[in-house]
Design a protein around this ligand. Sequence first.
Ligand SMILES: NC(=O)c1ccc[n+]([C@@H]2O[C@H](COP(=O)([O-])OP(=O)(O)OC[C@H]3O[C@@H](n4cnc5c(N)ncnc54)[C@H](O)[C@@H]3O)[C@@H](O)[C@H]2O)c1
Length: 355
Amino acid sequence: MTQIIRDRKIKFALIGCGRISARHFEAVFGDETGGVRPNPDAEFVDICDIDPGALETACKKYNLRGHRDYREMLAVTDADVVAVCTPNGLHYEMGMAAVENKKHVLMEKPFCADLMDADNLIAAARDRRLHTFAVLQVRYNNTIQILKKLIAENKLGKIYSAAVCVRWLRPQKYFTGWRGTRRLDCGTALNQGIHYVDILQWLLGPVRRVVAQSATIAHSIELEDQISSLIEFKSGVQATFEFSVNTFPRNKECSLYISAEKGSVEISGDAMNRIEYWEIEGCERPDLDVREGNTYAGGLYKGSCPNHPFIYNDVIRVLKTGDVNYINGDQARKSLELVLTMYKSSAEKKFIEFI
Ligand SMILES: NC(=O)c1ccc[n+]([C@@H]2O[C@H](COP(=O)([O-])OP(=O)(O)OC[C@H]3O[C@@H](n4cnc5c(N)ncnc54)[C@H](O)[C@@H]3O)[C@@H](O)[C@H]2O)c1
């Protein structure tokens, strides 16, 4: 069993002080508006970035020890957990290096970019009694929590079909540096779509088979910018997944529609963050606070909801109590497998069966 840390704060280190690191720092230090409160049970001890500007900015803002080389940081840090916030194609090597240095890992999405890498990382952590925490924070949208409960309590009756539409825009100028490259971005559905593939499989899985077709239509990038998929679940539910970053002039919607025996429900908004439609026998429509998706790069694009504090609370609870209920590598592997199988189906132009 993993050692329980009762008498002190949980210590975090972080690799990659770019856009998403702000959400990680906020989860520990709180934000300037007071919307996110500082977490009394967590502290950052070391951070790393190869970009001296990004590193210096974060070190100064939060008064932290900085490192330019993640292996050097791992060799000296006394952190309990290392958050991996670098480009997608680097997640595996950094997660593995952290585990080899006896650190729990908090992996930004996608958990890894390859299924065998994910399996190796999960196994390496398990062998050392370490945790693999996965940042799939969209599960904490209040809309999604409500749907999860409705399904668990069988309030929808038999589910017939579901449809996810991610009609987002990432303008060409979003795709600079690592973004849009095969080696480091690894897939647009893998990068932007994975949260919503995860929701689909979390609510309705396990999957029986998948067929998909992807294309690069409106961008000059090495990856797909849209993909359409039909997913059949073992329960018999049929679902469609329509994903695009070609929705001009801006994000149109990110929605999930479920049709079932006792009625229908649709959650939508920019990031599955609003109830759009609710007609369910015997269930009143809930009144929800709407949390908006994050805006990045000075308003260039809007992403998923800023629920990182929930993930940090999970990490802290698990390490302080020994609880095993959290979003781990095994769970993240499922959505990773689903996206990678969509790619395989698109390349091979056929249905792919899940075991
Ligand atoms: N959970 C979410 O909703 C969410 C949202 C946005 C991004 N992300 C994920 O977060 C990760 C980072 O995305 P971002 O938007 O912050 O990218 P970014 O480019 O803004 O930041 C990445 C940082 O990693 C640094 N870096 C690159 N190579 C490095 C190395 N070898 N050692 C140390 N640092 C290195 C870069 O210098 C940069 O500062 C990606 O995996 C992305 O998919 C998650």
